[in-house]
Design a protein around this ligand. Structure first.
Ligand SMILES: [Zn+2]
Length: 352
């Protein structure tokens, strides 16, 4: 009742409990395109004893490679068959929301909020909030359920920009090239070498931003570099853009006759600054965890979240964990025990 799919594919639902305020819960239906979906024969491990896990494909999850397993001893876990995604990102979020709604339908007095839900699409290709409608959502505060451990929540994400740089060289026969040829490949290499070599994804963590070279394609005539720039701090992201502009000027200086076209585009913003002033959504999380006797830790997302865009649409939307781990590949698994705990935490959230 009161649930429908809109013309874009988003599913909205509303549970009216005659309250003044509404909490929104959001999860995404799509799964990562980076690996094959459709795991119909998952591996269920009851009361995990801490040993290595051998999937049906023969692939092994060791605690050395997946240290998170150390925290999950005693949990009921569900692994893939080794050939497919599990799709727990974000089906785990959807299951948690359904379990919570099921509970509320038979315990209508146990919530101090109306509940609205939205199951979104296209999250994994970065277009989740494109057609999301905060009017249809009709909530005062919302949460995406799309994180990993339920012991962590997030209200900070990267500020993101991307850059495309085209280098145009001058090509002539290499035998007659002296003082004439301008090799755009070499110019592009020089350009990249001017950027700080420790400011890359494999050498940064926590709040450290990066400039990530995603694509390098070219020949003597034309070479194209594509970068993504990330930083939790807005000013530090601006500084990274400056580094590209300075590197461009230096390379132009060095390679006479070279032309460079540099385009920088802003992609998404950190929602963190919003929550410095607007604490209510976080205070509800804190109280819910306190009443569940579970410690909550806030960690910065080293990526984006649909909640960031939704927050800037005017609906504050931090992210909660769902117990799904190492997503986007064959080593994905969920803790069913954590999923059940998350349902209990939502019950306490609604009781606030
Ligand atoms: Zn997800």
């Amino acid at each position: 009742k009161n649930a429908y799919q809109d013309e874009y594919g988003y599913v909205y639902g509303y549970l009216d409990l005659n309250k003044d305020k509404t909490i929104g819960l959001i999860a995404h239906m799509d799964t990562a395109p980076s690996f094959i979906g459709g795991c119909t024969d998952p591996l269920f491990v009851k009361n995990y004893n801490g040993s290595n896990i051998t999937l049906k494909s023969g692939d092994v999850l060791t605690k050395k490679e997946f240290p998170i397993l150390n925290d999950l001893i005693g949990d009921d876990l569900l692994f893939t068959d080794g050939y497919h995604l599990l799709g727990g990102d974000d089906k785990a979020g959807i299951v948690i929301i359904f379990e919570f709604i099921k509970y509320l339908l038979s315990n209508k007095n146990s919530s101090n909020y109306n509940i609205s839900i939205c199951f979104t699409i296209d999250e994994e290709i970065g277009r989740g909030p494109d057609k999301f409608d905060i009017k249809k959502m009709n909530a005062d505060i919302a949460y995406t359920l799309d994180g990993e451990s339920i012991y962590e929540a997030n209200y900070e994400n990267f500020n993101a920009a991307s850059a495309t740089i085209d280098f145009y060289g001058v090509n002539v026969h290499p035998g007659n090239a002296k003082d004439i040829m301008v090799n755009s490949i070499l110019a592009a290499i020089s350009f990249n070498n001017l950027l700080p070599n420790n400011m890359i994804p494999s050498k940064t963590s926590d709040y450290e931003g990066f400039i990530h070279l995603e694509e390098f394609k070219g020949d003597v005539n034309k070479t194209t570099l594509k970068y993504i720039l990330r930083d939790h701090d807005e000013q530090l992201l601006e500084n990274k853009k400056e580094m590209l502009i300075k590197a461009k000027e230096q390379v132009l200086e060095e390679y006479k006759g070279l032309k460079i076209n540099l385009i920088i585009k802003d992609d998404y913003k950190n929602m963190g600054p919003y929550f410095i002033k607007h604490r209510e959504a976080l205070e509800l999380i804190n109280k819910a965890y306190l009443n569940s006797k579970i410690k909550i830790k806030y960690t910065p997302i080293r990526g984006g979240t649909d909640g960031a865009t939704i927050t800037y649409m005017g609906l504050p939307c931090p992210n909660l964990g769902v117990g799904d781990f190492s997503p986007h590949g064959k080593f994905e698994f969920v803790s069913i025990s954590q999923m059940k705990k998350m349902v209990e935490i939502l019950k306490n959230l609604a009781k606030n």
